[in-house]
Design a protein around this ligand. Structure first.
Ligand code: 13P
Length: 260
């Protein structure tokens, strides 16, 4: 059995503030006491600097724990005339270790195709960042029993462009669109079924990757449903939206993952 360290990543989306970061860190030291789970904060880029400073200021209190920083998006390009974009190098310079790629909000609202997502995946790794690749089906796709087909398509484009071994340094997040921000999370069984499918698909090309890759669940995770979801054998923690904006709730989710 592979030992996969659980992860809880907070995706603030276009929310939060420097005060939220401050509030989280003032409570972290009491709650996050060991490295049994990895905690990742993904604030808007403008707050990366504040989070980095707080990580340094709280270094001693957090020694022995794993609190890290991630971004929510990056450009697929290295540099150049791309107004408003941020490169992988810039995120690495800012102290990020992770970057969320292919979130459904970006696929849906900003026209990110699976091809672009695959290029972003490569751009992240080129700069030493670990991509957190989001995949997930829409409500109508689930109703039409096309869940596995959609997930396979989203995964396969990234595998074809980057190779399976690229997943040695990646995280996958299963985020069904119908569960994101709706208050209606997948059931533990639904999450487990899709996570097992993703793991099997990667195992077919590399048993090592399939066994070791961490797969997070995202979509209306709260302190009330997290324990049952995180306890599923193929669920390695969560990618948290709304509940990451409330420090008490987010820290409770971290504690649940630490004892999962
Ligand atoms: P919610 O937890 O708000 O449903 O958002 C999930 C998400 O999109 C995380 O990336």
């Amino acid at each position: 059995m592979a030992l996969r360290r659980p992860m809880v990543a907070g995706n603030w989306k276009m929310n939060g503030s420097a005060e939220l970061a401050q509030d989280l860190f003032s409570k972290f030291a009491r709650k996050i006491k060991d490295d049994s789970a990895e905690v990742v904060l993904c604030p808007p880029v403008i707050y990366l600097e504040s989070v980095k400073r707080l990580m340094e200021e709280n270094k001693e209190a957090l020694s022995g724990s794993l609190v890290r920083m991630g971004a929510q998006n990056l450009s697929q390009h290295q540099f150049g005339a791309y107004t408003g974009e941020v490169s992988g190098q810039m995120l690495a310079d800012a102290g990020c270790r992770y970057v969320i790629i292919g979130h459904s909000e970006r696929r849906r609202m900003y026209g990110e195709t699976s091809d672009i997502v695959a290029d972003k995946f490569a751009a992240a790794q080129r700069h030493g960042l670990t991509p957190i690749l989001c995949v997930g089906e829409s409500g109508p796709a689930r109703e039409a029993r096309r869940t596995f087909e959609v997930i396979a398509e989203e995964l396969d484009v990234v595998i074809e462009k980057n190779g399976t071994m690229a997943f040695d340094n990646a995280i996958i997040a299963y985020e069904p669109l119908w569960a994101v921000g709706t208050g209606k999370s997948a059931t533990p069984e639904q999450a487990q079924e899709v996570h097992a499918f993703i793991r099997k698909r990667l195992s077919e090309v590399s048993p090592y990757i399939g066994e070791n890759i961490r797969i997070l669940y995202g979509g209306s995770v709260t302190p009330a449903n997290a324990a049952d979801i995180f306890a599923q054998p193929d669920v390695d923690g969560g990618l948290i939206g709304g509940a990451s904006l409330n420090s008490a709730e987010f820290l409770t989710l971290c504690s649940i993952a630490m004892s999962a």
